[in-house]
Each structure stands twice: as structure tokens, then as C-alpha cells.
Design a protein around this ligand. Structure first.
Ligand SMILES: Cc1cc2nc3c(=O)[nH]c(=O)nc-3n(C[C@H](O)[C@H](O)[C@H](O)COP(=O)(O)O)c2cc1C
Length: 179
């Protein structure tokens, strides 16, 4: 299983969570790490290069900080430009079929806030529906998400635990089965 982690953080230098996750992932040579804002400081995505990267891997994790219940804009641009008709979908678009896709996110909001009764009203699974729906649309298999919440109250210990759990998740998460 060849795994690619696409990291999208516009300020990785000031990041705590995504930077720690990234630093750990880089120690594992079986995991390919691709930082979108580093690869494209001008935000001009090389579509052919991105498609080749996806074709060379079986599992893709999109790692990012939650921004307005969504992703930093370069990841949205990535979806809009890379997942093309005739490549990811459409009559001859089968390059993403059978591949696994999932999200790994950090959030300011606490776990309790991401509940129907909480201040953010919706669960993270609900907020991540666009990635789940996109995965379905491009004939991929959706992985359960990985999250670290309440990052403003984060101890070094909880960050270290999450980092360990994250690497396990990246390697071993199994697709969500739809009943
Ligand atoms: C523009 C912007 C929008 C944000 N929107 C959300 C949000 O919708 N929900 C939330 O829980 N946190 C939100 N945050 C907080 C970030 O998710 C949080 O700072 C980040 O996950 C911390 O990760 P890092 O240490 O890797 O930077 C937002 C932050 C910024 C800068």
C-alpha cells in the first residue's frame, strides 16, 4: 500500500499541530509527504504532476487545519483543478477508482463543540462530507477521518500522543463501509 499525505497549511512555520504531524511523517520513508504551499508558493498547481502523484499511490490523506469549516484555499484549488473529467470521473475517468482517500484535520473547536448540541452545531464527520462525497464521486473508498481538536488547550503530551496515533492511522485506517 503506497501512501501519500498531502499537507495544506499556509503558515506551516507558525503551526504547532500540522508541523508536528509533518515532522513525524517525514521520519517514515514508506509515506510520501507532499506540502502544497511549499510546492506551489505562487499557488499555480502543476496538474499533470499532481495526477502522476495520485496515480503512483493507493492511499491519499489530505492533512490540513480546519478553516471556516473547510480547507485552506489551495486544497480547494487542488480539488478543482486536479480531479478532471476523463481522469477522475466521466466515461474514461478511472484513475482514482479504488484508491483510498481521507482527511486529517486540526481544529480550534473542542470535541464537544462539534456535536449537534455544541457551538459548532455539526460533527466533524458532517463537516467533512464534501471530501466523502467527492471520494464517492471519483469511485474511491473513503477512510474515517483523523482529528485533533481544542488545539488552544493542547499539552505537549496530548500532541505527542496524537502524533503517534496519526502515523498509525495513516498506515492502517480502513475504509468506511456503507450499509
Ligand atoms: C482563517 C482561519 C479559519 C479557521 N476556521 C476554523 C474553523 O472553522 N473551526 C475551527 O475549529 N478552527 C478554525 N480555525 C483554527 C485552526 O483550525 C487552528 O488554528 C489550526 O487547526 C491549528 O493548527 P496548526 O497548529 O497546525 O496551525 C481557523 C483558523 C484560521 C486562521
Amino acid at each position: 500500500m503506497k501512501t501519500l499525505v498531502i499537507v495544506t497549511h499556509p503558515n506551516i512555520e507558525t503551526s504547532r499541530v500540522n508541523a508536528a504531524w509533518l515532522e513525524e511523517l517525514r521520519k517514515h520513508s514508506d509515506i510520501t509527504v507532499h506540502e502544497l504551499y511549499k510546492a506551489y508558493p505562487d499557488e499555480n498547481i502543476d496538474v499533470a504532476k499532481e495526477q502522476a502523484l495520485i496515480e503512483a499511490h493507493d492511499r491519499v490523506i489530505f492533512q490540513y487545519p480546519l478553516f471556516w469549516y473547510s480547507s485552506p484555499m489551495l486544497l480547494k484549488k487542488w480539488f478543482d483543478s486536479v480531479l478532471q473529467y476523463g481522469w477522475a470521473y466521466g466515461p474514461d475517468g478511472s484513475k482514482t477508482a479504488g484508491k483510498q482517500f481521507g482527511a486529517a484535520i486540526s481544529t480550534y473547536g473542542s470535541e464537544a463543540s462539534y456535536q449537534p448540541s455544541g457551538s459548532n452545531r455539526f460533527t466533524l464527520a458532517e463537516i467533512l462530507r464534501p471530501i466523502e462525497a467527492t471520494t464517492h464521486f471519483i469511485s474511491g473508498e473513503y477512510l474515517p477521518h483523523f482529528a485533533l481538536s481544542d488545539v488552544s488547550n493542547l499539552t505537549d503530551e496530548r500532541l505527542a500522543e496524537s502524533t503517534k496515533a496519526y502515523v498509525k492511522h495513516v498506515r492502517a485506517a480502513q475504509p468506511v463501509t456503507v450499509a
